[in-house]
Design a protein around this ligand. Structure first.
Ligand code: HEC
Length: 124
């Protein structure tokens, strides 16, 4: 009996965690507005451009890189809020910027999660 109750409780917790991690991607307009307000476009473009390296990776390329990775939304939301580690760049030789500064001053965690969900939805 105790086991059943425990299991039910655990399942509930796991389901809650899953809900928190999966954010609904907002509309293009809303996503672009959030990104513009938070200053993301100072370093990022949405579309990949050939030629000189961008400061930060184009979001289409981010989507392609992470589309099949479980937990990508949570992982990237943390990096957006806390910044990236210059000593373990995920975009070595693919972006001119050494690291992304923390953006938690410019965007809320909820908005960052939504924006990341939208970025990931750009995968073809
Ligand atoms: C000052 C420049 C700058 C700004 C502003 C900036 N970024 Fe970045 N961003 C970067 C750089 C540089 C990288 C590559 C980090 C690396 O090499 O691991 C990056 C990487 C990323 C990644 C991929 C992370 C990874 O580890 O693969 C995402 C997603 C991202 N940025 C989203 C955002 C969002 C959303 C905003 C706005 C809230 C933002 N960035 C603002 C420079 C910036």
């Amino acid at each position: 009996m105790i086991h059943k109750t425990l299991l039910a409780g655990l399942t509930g917790v796991l389901m809650l965690a899953a809900t928190a991690a999966s954010a609904q991607a907002p509309s293009v307009e809303k996503a672009q507005k959030m990104a513009a307000n938070a200053g993301c476009f100072a370093c990022h473009t949405i579309k990949h451009k050939d030629g000189s390296l961008p400061i930060g990776p184009a979001w289409e390329d981010v989507a392609a890189q992470y589309k099949d990775k479980p937990g990508a939304n949570e992982f990237l939301t943390r990096i957006v809020l806390e910044g990236s580690n210059p000593y373990s760049s995920h975009w070595k030789n693919k972006a001119a910027g050494l690291a992304m500064p923390p953006n938690a001053v410019a965007i809320t965690e909820g908005d960052a999660r939504q924006l990341v969900a939208w970025i990931l939805s750009l995968a073809k």
